[in-house]
Ligand binder design. Sequence first.
Ligand code: COA
Length: 295
Amino acid sequence: MADPVVLPYVPSTSIFKNDIFKGKVAFVTGGGSGICQTMTLNLMQHGCSAAIVGRKADRLQASADWLQKQAGNGTKCIATPADVRTPTDLNEAVRKTVEAFGRIDFVICGAAGNFLAPMDGLSENAFRTVIEIDLLGTYNTFKATIDELKKSHGAYIHISATLHYNGLPWQAAASAAKAGIDALNQSIAVEYGPFGVRSNVIAPGLIADTEGADRLTPKGAEDFMSMRIPLQRSGQKGDIGNMAIFLFSDAASYISGSRFIVDGANWHNGGFWLPYPDSQLDPKSIKDLISGSKL
Ligand code: COA
């Protein structure tokens, strides 16, 4: 059987100019760790200043220090602690960001909470908690930042998912929340397009080295899961960063209200009808499994 082709991840610094975001400012909820931390780093590597938002002040400050050091180009990152469920916290975080940098151009709504549990195994409070962090947190972040984005003609990116495109077991609360986020994205795009504000969704698939991959996927299933992904690897956090850089850049100035799935085509690979990728790489190897085929 032929070996599958695996297209490598290529960092944004090899593709985009280093100063495309010079003078711009990003406000990133969930920027203290994981995908949103890497997106923040990637924006900073292209000249953007950043404020990251999270609940744990110490961890957030450590992350801001790490981001500044890692970017290594003089761009600044500040920690503005807030719980996205608390609008007054967010208003204060926005105030501190504008005080430090004078403006906000880009907002990433990325703060999220999730856990695997069957619907009737979740408490009402557990369901509400996920909706409050993910969906209401996105609305609260929008509400706290929209005035600044109207001034700067800025853009939103909301981190959603693909899990609600069909009925994924044990993900009811997050599915409902992410479906709501997709809807909010469209409303923001339509209501604030005339103010020069854009809004888009990124829906990551399986992204390696994240809390989500660690907590939400079965242990020991990494190789099997990667094989099911048509592009034959799990995503890197920088794959999402690359999409963010494109969407915040002027190259995307006519793109709003859209959803961008960054999952190696994973969610399109429906069902378990045929061994995959064997059925593609060596069709004859599976002929004994099927009747009626003229292979
Ligand atoms: N399974 C089922 N219910 C859970 C749960 C789990 N793994 N984790 C938390 N809950 C429930 C709690 O039991 C509680 O409900 P109860 O009051 O009826 O018992 C409710 O959710 C709220 O949990 P609590 O920890 O008090 O809320 P919080 O606001 O402090 O934190 C989270 C909520 C989601 C942030 C927290 O569970 C967490 O830290 N999760 C891991 C981080 C995460 O989700 N990262 C994103 C990965 S994609």
